[in-house]
Each structure stands twice: as structure tokens, then as C-alpha cells.
Write a new protein. Structure first.
Length: 299
């Protein structure tokens, strides 16, 4: 837990919630704060399995997964490749396009501010590899676009401009290839930014989402497909929109979704009668090494 990304604080919350649940269930669990001495810490603690509770770079992006593969320590969630792909919104969308998964139109701007865009404002400007809405802005005109590009570039060299989708914001948790009920996200004001995500009471969550039964199934099917084409495993969460015209647009896949007791996946699990400790246990039991073959010692 913890780590050195911009989402460190959220990761500590996720990590402590998981640690408490594991200890309450009687597991011999230790909290390991990830820092530059992580290799030594992992070797010193002599752990059997790693429950990854990191968000963002150096944790959700395949780097820690790669380290655990090298050390032959089974870990929860997605492997190196799926983690790396899902962390990068541009790569994710390129794979979606290849597989015919609907995703909002987008462009990758060059160094110069684009003179013309192929779709009208508002424009959603995002760093390719962040989370928690960090560096994301919605620009309503050309002037705001310049500021939004500047802001996103402070977080990443790679950025994207997406078509704004007007409609319902939805998210679908997936566990072991099974979609959870859809969560509808309704921020009380503005959009679902960092504050709306983490300040209690600033966003309303509706489970199951207020959409027709056949649409719910369609949303769950596309979400599962998004998880599959990236090669995800264990628990992940797919973010998407249902436009007012009834079209589905998948925006991203989170391979390490928030896991505090009030986060979205635990909320959806609770709706299905799965308690937080039960959810933690299911994720733990799915832990594995994902890279096969090779020679040498097995731990
Ligand atoms: N294409 C879009 N249209 C409208 N709103 C969007 C769009 N993309 C993102 N948003 C808003 O920005 C938030 C963060 O964007 P997202 O792509 O999910 O990145 P993050 O990894 O930071 O969660 C979303 O929760 C949503 O409220
Ligand atoms: Mg998101």
C-alpha cells in the first residue's frame, strides 16, 4: 500500500481497509508501505502472497507486478501486461478500437495547441496515465482548452482529448469474470473529480443503475469484454457512460479499484450480499503468478 504515485493517500486507505479485513479474518497479514526499499522489504518479510493495494504508477501499472513475478511471489489482480495497458488510457482505447468496443472519439494532441478538433466542445482533456481524475479537465471553449492541455501535461507527457459524453456515468466491478450490478454515479455538482470522489456526501451512488434491464445486460457484456481484451484477472472496475441517445462508451478500466469500505466495488458487492471481508477473501484466493514457464527455483 501507499507507494509513490499521486494516489498515495487513497492507496493507504484502500490498504488499511484490506489489512483490517484480513487480520479480522485471522490471516497473518502485514502492511507493507511501498517505497524505494520495496525489494528489501519484500525479501525481509518473507511473505507467501502479496495483496496489492496500490493505485496509479509504480503499482497499478505493471511495475510492482513485474517485481513480484521476478521474486515468484503470487499476487492479486491483473498481471504485468494487463496492468500496463489499462494504466494507459491511449493504449486502452487503441485496443478497444481494434476489438470494436465503443469508446469516446479522441485525439492525441501534438506539441502545438490543435487549431481544429474533429468533434465539438466540451472537450475532456486527460493525462494518459493517471487516476482519481488527477489532471483531468473539461474545456468548454478554445481558451479553456489551452489551460486544460497545460494542466494535463503537468502530469504526463502523453495526453488525450476526448469527446464529452452527455449522459449517465456508470461503473461496473468485475470479479473472476463475473460483472457486479452497475453503479450509477451522480455528482451533486460539477463532474466526478477528486473531491466528488473522496468527500463523503458529494456524490450519490445508485445501485442498480436506473437503466432498462436489456441495457443493463448490454453494459455488463461490454464491460466484461473490455476486461477480457486487456487480459485482466481478479478484480477490476470498468468506467463508462450511457449517452442520452442510449449509446454505450467505455472510457477506462481500473485494474486496482479503490477498496475502502465505501468504494464502488465493495458497494456493488454488498448489493449482491458479499460483505467487505468476503470480497477481500475472494480476491486473495485468486492471487497467482501470471507469467508461466521459465527455469530456476520456485519459492
Ligand atoms: N468522455 C467523457 N465525457 C464526459 N465526462 C468524462 C469523460 N471522460 C471522463 N469524464 C469525467 O472525468 C472523470 C475521470 O475520467 P476517467 O477517464 O475515468 O479518469 P480517471 O482515471 O482519473 O478516473 C470521470 O469519472 C468522468 O466524470
Ligand atoms: Mg475513472
Amino acid at each position: 500500500m501507499g507507494g509513490t504515485s499521486h494516489e498515495r493517500e487513497i492507496s493507504l486507505k484502500t490498504g488499511n481497509a484490506i489489512l483490517n479485513a484480513l487480520q479480522e479474518m485471522g490471516y497473518k497479514a502485514v502492511g507493507i508501505e511501498v517505497s524505494f526499499d520495496i525489494v528489501k522489504r519484500l525479501l525481509d518479510e518473507k511473505i507467501d502472497v502479496a495483496f496489492i493495494a496500490l493505485h496509479g504508477r509504480w503499482g497499478e501499472d505493471g511495475t510492482v507486478q513485474g517485481l513480484l513475478e521476478l521474486l515468484r511471489i503470487p499476487y492479486t489482480g491483473s498481471g504485468v501486461l494487463a496492468s500496463a495497458l489499462a494504466m494507459n488510457k491511449i493504449k486502452t482505447k487503441e485496443i478497444f478500437l481494434y476489438h470494436g468496443i465503443p469508446t469516446p472519439e479522441f485525439v492525441i494532441p501534438g506539441e502545438e495547441e490543435p487549431q481544429e478538433l474533429p468533434f465539438p466542445p466540451p472537450w475532456v482533456v486527460k493525462p494518459a496515465s493517471e487516476g482519481s481524475t488527477i489532471g483531468v479537465s473539461i474545456a468548454y471553449d478554445k481558451e479553456a482548452l489551452g489551460e486544460a492541455l497545460h494542466r494535463a501535461r503537468q502530469y504526463d507527457r502523453q495526453i488525450l482529448i476526448e469527446r464529452f459524453i452527455l449522459g449517465k456515468e456508470l461503473t461496473v466491478g468485475i470479479l473472476k469474470g463475473e460483472p457486479f450490478p452497475i453503479v450509477e454515479i451522480v455528482p451533486k455538482s460539477g463532474f466526478y473529480d477528486y473531491r466528488a470522489k473522496y468527500t463523503p456526501g458529494m456524490t450519490e451512488y445508485i445501485i442498480p443503475a436506473r437503466i432498462e434491464e436489456h441495457k443493463q445486460q448490454e453494459v455488463q457484456r461490454w464491460s466484461l469484454k473490455a476486461y477480457d481484451v486487456l487480459g485482466c484477472s481478479g478484480c477490476a472496475r470498468v468506467d463508462l457512460f450511457l449517452s442520452n441517445a442510449g449509446e454505450i462508451y467505455i472510457t477506462e478500466v481500473n485494474t486496482l479499484p479503490g477498496m475502502t469500505e465505501t468504494s464502488l466495488v465493495p458497494k456493488a458487492a454488498a448489493y449482491k450480499g458479499i460483505s467487505f471481508p468476503q470480497l477481500v477473501q475472494i480476491i486473495l484466493e485468486e492471487a497467482s503468478l501470471k507469467i508461466e514457464g521459465g527455469q530456476g527455483e520456485k519459492r
